[in-house]
Design a protein around this ligand. Structure first.
Ligand SMILES: N[C@@H](CCC(=O)N[C@@H](CS)C(=O)NCC(=O)O)C(=O)O
Length: 211
């Protein structure tokens, strides 16, 4: 099966990118410039009118979009995925949806143009007001049931949470009230697959695109 992941460095596609590396699946990367919506073959809007990343091309399937769905799809190519409709499957599904809707989207400031993360004090504060209570929930869950989201073992949802803790680091949000999240972030950074992804992606797109 041929997998092509459309990504921008340091953005949410880092989650499926990490998962592909973790699972050792063969894949091909295509970088998208989110400022002018281009890639090596031209207009990215021709790939997906949604105009965002990640997107995953799988042989002759319809293009897969939505980070949580892409993660679940990649998971199904491995033994990491809990069997369908088991309690662990639903637990993972809840995490994927929570991270997508409560964390990922709330991290994207309505003030921001160009890199979709906050870059002014006002914008940063607004994002924090929305994200912080949702992170408190994650913090409590990790304390009760960690060190990973589903317990002892790395799961399909963990790389998605790592995208969020990585953004916290990059934007200098404090981990002072989030020791579990800090430990999670550190643990993830120690994984060889995560280190390979950082090396492959390089500087976050928000720091280099459009310059
Ligand atoms: N609903 C999508 C949102 C994806 C998303 O917001 N991607 C950002 C990068 S983290 C992006 O490509 N933004 C560019 C844009 O919206 O034009 C998902 O869950 O995957």
């Amino acid at each position: 099966m041929k997998l092509t992941l459309f990504y921008a460095a340091g953005a949410s596609p880092m989650a499926p990118h990490i998962l592909l590396e973790e699972l050792g699946l063969p894949y091909h990367l295509e970088k998208v410039n989110l400022d002018d919506k281009t890639w090596t073959q031209g207009d990215y809007n021709q790939v997906t009118p949604k105009s965002y990343v990640p997107a995953l091309k799988v042989d002759d399937h319809p293009l897969l979009t939505e980070c949580a769905v892409i993660l679940e799809f990649i998971g199904t190519q491995s033994p990491l995925m809990p069997a369908y409709a088991t309690p662990a499957y639903w637990e993972q599904r809840v995490w994927l949806n929570y991270i997508a809707t409560e964390l990922h989207k709330n991290f994207i400031s309505p003030f921001r143009q160009g890199n979709w993360l906050p870059n002014t004090a006002e914008s940063k504060q607004l994002v924090w007001t929305r994200v912080q209570p949702r992170l408190v929930f994650v913090e409590h869950q990790l304390a009760a049931n960690g060190p990973y989201l589903l317990g002892d073992n790395f799961s399909v949802a963990d790389p998605y949470l790592f995208v969020i803790t990585n953004w916290m680091q990059r934007l200098d949000y404090s981990f002072a009230d989030f020791p579990q999240l800090k430990a999670f972030d550190t643990r993830m950074r120690q994984r060889p697959a995560v280190q390979r992804v950082f090396r492959q992606e390089g500087q976050p797109h928000s720091l280099v695109d459009g310059k």
